[in-house]
Design a protein around this ligand. Structure first.
Ligand code: 4NP
Length: 152
């Protein structure tokens, strides 16, 4: 059984689709399964934001076929590691936990990866530079997480 990793942001169209695509590009899918979801339901069924698709494509990663979905409490049963992009979404996920087993699966992405800055900022209302910054942060974070995920 692969280790199952879920990347979570607010909309599941900017940050977590990038996190899903970037981590997928670094792992063997038979060993590590990666998915993403949003805590909000504004964009369900939609493809990622074109700016995320573009910044991923520049790195040779195709995220264009991903479809936005909302986080559901059953994700606590289906995933081993759930990484939130920022503290607000981490708190939202904590509110949805049913027991301590659920809570133990929750992590703040950058904190767990030992990357300074704590939060992957929401780039939705900013310019393209924000998406490049988000890409760099998640790229560094996912590199650092590989030993943890492969030890599981
Ligand atoms: P994400 O960014 O959480 O990184 O996907 C956002 C996407 C959409 C919205 C906010 C943040 N929105 O308000 O629609």
């Amino acid at each position: 059984m692969p280790v199952k990793v879920l990347m979570v942001c607010l909309g599941n169209i900017c940050r977590s689709p990038l996190a899903e695509g970037i981590l997928k590009s670094k792992v063997n899918p038979s060993e590590i399964f990666v998915d993403s979801a949003g805590t909000a339901g504004y964009h369900i069924g939609k493809a990622p934001d074109p700016r995320s698709i573009e910044v991923a494509a520049q790195a040779g990663i195709d995220i264009s076929l991903q479809k936005c979905r909302r986080f559901t409490p059953s994700d606590f049963d289906n995933f081993d590691y759930i990484f939130a992009m920022d503290r607000e979404n981490l708190m939202h996920l904590q509110d949805l936990t049913r027991n301590s087993t659920d809570s133990k699966k929750l992590y703040l992405l950058l904190e767990e990866a030992g990357i300074p800055g704590d939060e992957v900022p929401d780039p939705y209302y900013g310019g393209p530079g924000g998406f490049q910054e988000v890409f760099r942060m998640i790229d560094a974070a996912t590199d650092n997480l590989l030993p943890l995920l492969y030890r599981s």
